[in-house]
Ligand binder design. Structure first.
Ligand code: NI
Ligand code: MN
Length: 223
């Protein structure tokens, strides 16, 4: 059974016993709420949504140590390759195939954090399960299309406001996506993005047929 572990902020680890491990936006060494030590984190693939420091974070150090492949937009992947890392470049709307399944880059409305780039989200097919990781983004109505094209087992949504969607917009996003399960992130790391995940759960579950699962940093969800 695939397992999704929340490592705090926007960092998730997607794993299954004996299979390839995917890490999203590893911001660990400087994250005040990180539930693990950086040295403990390993991955086969590291998916980077954009170049802001709370997302690119510790990707280089983990990739160097564990030989992981960076999967990201062209600008970030090409820079990683030039810096000596394994990297796979793709761009918005494109899907790449991997031994575990596939990765499609989705639009995210946010800064790129790197010159000439674009922030993105991901739809991942992980051994037959579909997961959407929105990245840092505001609400946009094409999220409806994301859920239609790839019926989602899990949608991961930022709720902390200020830099991304807040609770009310994220509840609308959940209603667009129609995932079986929604898990919030990008909140309570700092005072500026304080948000009550229970309030999000109430509002999103009222608007959708989705169940909202709140993960404390370090906790996992199997699906
Ligand atoms: Ni950002
Ligand atoms: Mn961020």
């Amino acid at each position: 059974m695939p397992e999704l572990t929340f490592l705090g902020h926007a960092c998730f680890l997607l794993s299954e016993t004996g299979q390839e491990t995917l890490l999203f936006d590893p911001y660990i060494s400087e994250n005040p709420l990180a539930p693990v030590k950086l040295e403990e984190v390993k991955a086969d693939y590291i998916l980077i949504s954009h170049g802001h420091w709370d997302h690119l974070g510790d990707a280089y150090e983990i990739a160097e140590r564990s030989g992981a492949m960076i999967v990201s937009s062209s600008e970030i992947a090409k820079k990683a390759a030039a810096d000596g890392l394994k990297a796979h470049a793709q761009h918005l709307g494109g899907r790449s195939l991997h031994p575990f399944g596939s990765v499609k880059l989705t639009v995210a409305f946010h800064g790129a954090g790197i010159e000439g780039g674009h922030a993105c989200g991901f739809v991942v097919d992980y051994y037959g399960r579909k997961i959407y990781f929105a990245g840092d983004t505001g609400l946009f109505s094409d999220m409806k299309l994301i859920g239609e094209l790839d019926p989602l087992d899990v949608a991961l949504l930022p709720i902390g406001d200020n830099f991304t969607m807040g609770i009310d917009d994220a509840a609308i996003a959940a209603s667009f996506l129609q995932a079986k399960v929604v898990i919030p992130y990008h909140y309570n790391t700092w005072p500026l993005i304080e948000a009550d995940p229970e309030e999000f759960k109430r509002k999103a579950e009222k608007k959708t047929g989705s169940s909202v699962v709140i993960l404390e940093p370090g906790k996992s969800f199997k699906f």
